[in-house]
Design a protein around this ligand. Structure first.
Ligand code: CA
Length: 258
């Protein structure tokens, strides 16, 4: 049965996650769930309820687009296929307003992943239905952890700014300039670039990058790294087909050429 994975997980009690530091920084943590299948929306809301103060469900793309763009959310869970504007459209609209909004996309089948990843929607993460609720909760926790790490970063100091090869990276403001021009990066793209420039010359396997940048066990999702690297290269490399900054180390992974 399609939702067997869901039903299985309902029976498993998951520890409540209340990061105190994060809660001081966000007055009220709210999660928006844009999902037209009510059973799934309710189940997701039930389980994410432990991670936040409030969950809000939008049952179609119009309502989802309106809420996603008009209010502040700790995270947005966004179904790809929706009546009205679809998840890709909503994701793009949100990114224009709030580049660092954490977004987790839900897709109906793995073949749709190519659309999600290839169209540079800027979703921070994705899950393919049917997914495990525990996996969803773990992914949302990871999104929160990442945001909290950013917020807990030390205030302005020398190491927060790195200049190299025409790149200017400010990890406090999360601003990236290339030859003086602002580069628009998604939250994950920024984290990836920031990780590379802070370890110049070091070769990372895809699994290392998943652990360091995505922050949780993500076995079998190495293509996620490839996709983000390609998007990052398209934004910072003069010739993305012959990258000079984030270079491929064949048979191993990637490194930032100092
Ligand atoms: Ca749907």
């Amino acid at each position: 049965m399609l939702w067997a994975a869901f039903l299985c997980d309902i029976c498993v009690k998951f520890p409540v996650y209340y990061p105190d530091k994060g809660r001081e920084l966000v007055s009220k943590r709210r999660i928006l769930i844009v999902e037209d299948e009510q059973d799934i929306a309710d189940l997701v809301a039930l389980h994410l309820g432990d991670l936040c103060d409030e969950t809000v469900i939008a049952a179609d793309g119009h309502e989802g687009l309106r809420l996603a763009c008009s209010e502040n959310w700790a995270a947005i869970i966004l179904d790809l296929r929706l009546p009205g504007p679809d998840g890709l459209e909503i994701c793009r609209a949100v990114r224009r307003e709030r580049p660092y909004q954490p977004i987790l996309m839900l897709t109906s089948k793995s073949s749709e992943l190519d659309r999600v990843l290839g169209l540079e929607t800027g979703a921070d993460d994705y899950l393919t239905k049917p997914f495990s609720v525990l996996e969803l909760v773990a992914r949302v926790r990871a999104l929160f952890r990442r945001i909290e790490n950013i917020q807990e970063a030390p205030s302005a100091n020398d190491s927060s700014i790195i200049d190299c090869g025409g790149l200017h990276i400010d990890s406090n403001s999360r601003e990236v300039l290339l030859d003086g021009q602002q580069v628009e990066l998604t939250a994950r793209e920024f984290d990836l670039l920031n990780h590379f420039v802070r370890h110049p010359g070091r070769v990372f396997r895809r699994a290392d990058l998943l652990d360091s940048v995505w922050g949780y066990g993500h076995e079998g999702y190495e293509h996620t790294v490839n996709s983000h690297i390609n998007r990052l290269r398209a934004k910072i490399e003069g010739d993305p087909s012959h990258p000079e900054m984030i270079v491929t180390v064949w048979g191993v992974g990637y490194k930032f050429a100092a």
